[in-house]
Design a protein around this ligand. Structure first.
Ligand code: 8DG
Length: 166
């Protein structure tokens, strides 16, 4: 699968914006906002476009904070394997609205609904919320849900690919 982005807006209270996915891959799970990169886009442009499409929130590429790169692997469906660039964004315009793809809600960090998220998220999202940057690999069992293995490493800086996807 093409690489993807995942973007988590953070408000001035430190709450995290998540969206409940209404259709497609990961339906019914709470997640950050994102999707597949398009040809001619950088990862940052992809993150900003998907954020707008899925929430109506408008932001600038330079305001994204790159916090992680995760390699998602699906043992029974290698066609679903993909790398995802993870961003936080604290500076943005607009109030999140429900779209055909996502139902948004702000969560204080203590009430993040890990039981209704991808199963590895409870391992790596708290690291990001504590200010760490991470690079890692998460392998899923053939059910595409259960975590088979997870390897997350803290890194000082995220080496972002700045070029356009071709
Ligand atoms: N938080 C989290 N997200 C995950 C995990 N595994 C996984 O594939 N994803 C996300 C990363 C991507 O944003 C998304 C990839 O699915 P997708 O590209 O089909 O999403 P989409 O339907 O929004 O894509 P698009 O058609 O809008 O481009 O799924 C995981 O373990 N945790």
């Amino acid at each position: 699968m093409r690489p993807t982005t995942l973007c988590f807006p953070v408000d001035t209270r430190g709450c995290l914006l998540l969206g409940k996915k209404k259709r497609g891959f990961g339906v019914s799970k709470w997640n950050g906002f994102g999707g597949k990169i398009e040809i001619g886009e950088t990862f940052r442009q992809c993150a900003i476009r998907e954020l707008d499409e899925e929430t109506g929130i408008v932001a600038l590429v330079d305001d994204l904070e790159a916090v992680g790169i995760l390699d998602f692997r699906f043992s029974a469906n290698p066609n679903l394997d993909h790398i995802s660039y993870i961003y936080f964004i604290r500076n943005y315009k607009g109030i999140p609205k429900e779209t055909e793809e996502m139902k948004p809600c702000w969560f204080p960090v203590q009430t993040i609904p890990y039981d209704e998220m991808w199963k590895g998220d409870r391992v790596w999202l708290p690291l990001l919320l504590n200010g760490h940057k991470i690079v890692g690999t998460i392998c899923f069992e053939p059910d595409n849900e259960t975590v088979q293995s997870i390897d997350i490493n803290k890194v000082p800086v995220i080496e972002e690919k700045k070029c356009k996807y071709v």
